[in-house]
Design a protein around this ligand. Structure first.
Ligand code: GTQ
Length: 349
C-alpha cells in the first residue's frame, strides 16, 4: 500500500505554509509521498547512443580543441531526463573521450574513481601509479581515487574510450578534491604489465598488504576476458536473466574492482532472450560484440557493437541477442550493497 495521499489545501493552510517557508521550514505532509515512494521513481530515462554519430561529433571536437587545452576532450553522455547535470544515471557519469595521435591529456588526480572501457582504436596509453598500460579495444582500465593519471596516444589512429566516473556520487557527498600535476606526464617507475603480473595471475606478493579499496590491477585486457567467457560457455548453462555474467573483481578481497562502481561483462549466445530483470542499480551498457535489442521498461532499443545504452533503476530489462553478444556494463551496485539498500527482482513482475 502507498503512503497516504496529500492533504487538501485551504486558505489557512496556505497561509501557514508561507509563514513556515519564511523561517526555512516546510511541511512533510505535502511532500511525503513524493520523497518516500513505494518503488523507485527516477527521472533517469532509458536511452541509447549510437557509436557512429558519436564518433563523428568527437572527430569534430578534434578539430575544435586539443586534448591538452580541453584537459580531457570528452563528450558527456547526458541522460535525456537529467539534462545539464552531467549524468547518465542519477549516481553515475559517462563520457566518450578522444585522444588523437601524438596528443597528451595532462596528468591530474581527483577523489572521483574512473573506469575506461576502450571502444575504438588501439595503442593509446594511460598511466596510473607510475605504470603505463597500452589500451586495446574491449580493455577495462581503472583509475583509483586520488591517483595521478595521464593519457597519451603514440599510435597512428584516433583512440576513443568510454569514461565511467562516480562524479554525481561525490557531488551528493560534497567530497570532490582535484589537482593538476603541472606536468603533462607523470614519472614512469614500473615496467608495463607489472601490476597484471603481480596481482592478476592468481597470486599476490607474499607479504602483500591491502592498500586502499580499489583493485591493484588497473588493466583487465579483453583478450583474457573473452577467452574466459568462451571457455565457460562450453558448459551451456545460462542464467535466465543474465546469460553468462561475470564481475570484474579486486583480487585482494574478491569485491568489486572499484569501491563505488561495479563493472560487469556478460555473454549472450545467439538467439538467447533473457527473462525480465529489475534491480535498483541503474546500469550503463556498452556493446562489445554482436547485435540484438534490449527492452527497457517496455521500450525497445536495437543495438550493435560500440553502442551505449542506459537502464534506469527498477525498470524491467529484457535482452535478446541475434548473434553471439558481449556486453560490458557498470553500475553503482557495489555502493548500494555496502549501504544495504540494493534490491533485485528476477522474472516478470
Ligand atoms: O580522463 O581523467 O570523462 O578527469 C571526466 C573527468 C575523464 C579523465 C572524464 C576526468 C577524466
Amino acid at each position: 500500500m502507498s503512503l497516504t495521499e496529500k492533504p487538501q489545501s485551504s486558505p489557512e493552510r496556505e497561509a501557514y505554509y508561507e509563514k513556515i517557508a519564511r523561517q526555512d521550514f516546510s511541511a512533510l505532509w505535502n511532500v511525503l509521498s513524493d520523497i518516500i515512494t513505494p518503488t523507485p521513481r527516477s527521472a533517469c530515462q532509458p536511452h541509447l547512443w549510437e557509436f557512429g554519430p558519436a564518433k563523428q561529433l568527437l572527430m569534430e571536437a578534434g578539430e575544435l580543441i586539443t586534448a591538452k587545452e580541453a584537459e580531457r576532450r570528452v563528450l558527456i553522455l547526458e541522460n535525456p531526463g537529467l539534462r545539464g547535470q552531467s549524468r547518465i544515471t542519477t549516481s553515475l557519469y559517462a563520457g566518450l573521450q578522444l585522444v588523437m595521435p601524438g596528443e597528451v591529456a595532462p596528468a591530474h588526480r581527483h577523489s572521483q574513481s574512473a573506469l575506461r572501457f576502450v571502444m575504438d582504436g588501439g595503442g593509446a596509453c594511460t598511466a596510473v601509479n607510475g605504470e603505463r598500460t597500452l589500451m586495446q579495444e574491449g580493455d577495462f582500465v581503472i583509475t583509483p581515487p586520488w591517483t595521478w593519471h595521464d593519457h597519451g596516444n603514440e599510435s597512428d589512429t584516433p583512440m576513443i574510450w568510454m569514461d565511467g566516473l562516480d562524479i554525481p556520487m561525490l557531488s551528493l557527498f560534497d567530497a570532490s578534491f582535484a589537482e593538476g600535476l603541472g606536468e603533462d606526464t607523470q614519472a614512469i617507475t614500473k615496467p608495463t604489465g607489472d601490476s597484471l603480473a603481480r596481482y592478476g595471475a592468481n597470486m599476490l606478493p607474499v607479504d602483500y598488504e591491502k592498500k586502499g579499496l580499489a583493485s591493484p590491477i588497473f588493466n583487465y585486457p579483453y583478450a583474457r576476458t573473452r577467452e574466459a567467457l568462451e571457455t565457460m560457455r562450453q558448459r551451456d548453462e545460462w542464467d535466465p536473466c543474465h546469460g553468462l555474467k561475470m564481475r570484474y573483481i579486486n583480487p585482494v578481497d574478491g569485491g568489486s574492482a572499484m569501491p563505488t562502481i561495479a563493472p560487469f561483462v556478460q555473454l549472450l549466445p545467439k538467439g538467447f532472450k533473457t527473462a525480465g530483470y529489475r534491480s535498483t542499480d541503474a546500469t550503463v551498457f556498452s556493446v562489445v560484440e554482436g547485435t540484438g535489442r534490449t527492452s527497457i521498461g517496455g521500450k525497445t532499443f536495437e543495438w550493435k557493437p560500440k553502442d551505449i545504452f542506459v537502464v534506469p533503476s527498477w525498470q524491467e530489462v529484457v535482452h535478446e541477442a541475434d548473434a553471439d553478444a558481449v556486453l560490458f556494463s557498470y553500475s553503482d551496485r557495489v555502493a548500494q550493497q555496502k549501504l544495504g539498500i540494493w534490491r533485485e527482482a528476477r522474472g516478470d513482475h
